[in-house]
Design a protein. Sequence first.
Length: 277
Amino acid sequence: MTKASAGPGILAAVSTIVFVHAHPDDEGTLTAGSMIRAAEEGHRVVVVFATHGEHGEAAVDLAAGETVAQRRMKEAANAAEVAGIERVHWLGYADSGMAGWTQNNDPDAFLQADLDQAAGRLAAVLDHEQADVLVGYDWHGNYGHPDHVRVHQVVRRAAELAAKRPRLFEATMNRDLMRRNFELAKSAGIEGAEDFDPDAPMTDGNPLGTPEAELNLQVDVTGQLAKRRTMMACHVSQVTDVGGMLAMPVEAFEAMFSREHYIEVGSTDPMRLGWLV
């Protein structure tokens, strides 16, 4: 942790915060607000992607010879520039695809990666960046995607292997808040709200995210909503997921993305409104 000027005669602590995500666009939908806020406050923000997301949607305007992975890497770089992210790292594994896809068995897939090897790659990044704070995913990656679950496992192990043990958080979604928001949306007659149930089983048979009672930290990122939209829009190739979120009514977008939620590993404190550093 270093010091930087926060005004005349004032020194403020500057932390290096490393966010780990499975695929390009995951950072936009899950932790974009915190990343933008951290950069705006003068902290060093680093993002690590486990895969290039090559099994995501293919852009309709791919150039001759351009791959999905190459396009998504460009989109990630553009999003990082918008957010003020200082550096982007790639662990270099292949996208495992959704649960049950044949790509799960690809020997180069992140799902098949040796845990200590993958964690070692990440720990090397943490040591190089001198990470003060490390952010991964909850135990089931929010909804059971194989690469998201593997991020959880690899981040936990990398935190143990790093020479400097960072403070460890796990990004998740507040299941109870989502339930309340969707009930309000249904009551207001917002189109499509009745089609979503946060308590329904997801890919792994578990409901989305984490119950509020198991969360430790709620972060206010209301002030980052406009920049978040711009950041998410950088992932223009992901029409279904990101495009669908950007098409939400303004009020629904604000309700979904004005707060981000975390588990602080090792903490037994109830959820508080606070910050990562």
